[in-house]
Design a protein around this ligand. Sequence first.
Ligand code: SF4
Ligand code: SF4
Length: 151
Amino acid sequence: MPSFVNPEKCDGCKALDKTACQYVCPNDLMVLNKDTMKAYNQEPDQCWECQCCVKICAQQAMDVRGYADFIPLGASVVPLRSSDSIMWTIKFRNGQIKRFKFPIRTTPEGKAEPAGGWDTKANIDDFTLFTEPASLGLETVAAPGTKTWKK
Ligand code: SF4
Ligand code: SF4
């Protein structure tokens, strides 16, 4: 079952230009009805059920059926995201509740380096990747189709 929005909980992320669910969906499925300020999945057939929108929604207004490989039919799965982990709450059909917490990052918030600490000033016309030759453990790399070593 694709993602769906509980309109009673959705506040349209009203302070944002783009809602959190719109921002995060890898398939660009979420849209905001600006009249009602409620989001909805515009193309449910294309939903991968990846749960990204469910995890990011601060109002816990989104839901997706849990995968059968980790919960039985009829159970609900509710993620609660914090800055360093997600607390998952599983509610089974018989009312039993289980919670487990997973870390979601290995670096403090705001400290991740986009280029992994590598020098990004590489020449775009260069045939090497921007981390090379150091990431290969080399001092130089041969140009493709040649035996010429780059200095
Ligand atoms: Fe509504 Fe949640 Fe989407 Fe924000 S992220 S628009 S609150 S469903
Ligand atoms: Fe998009 Fe994934 Fe949410 Fe489906 S579950 S709407 S693919 S973010």
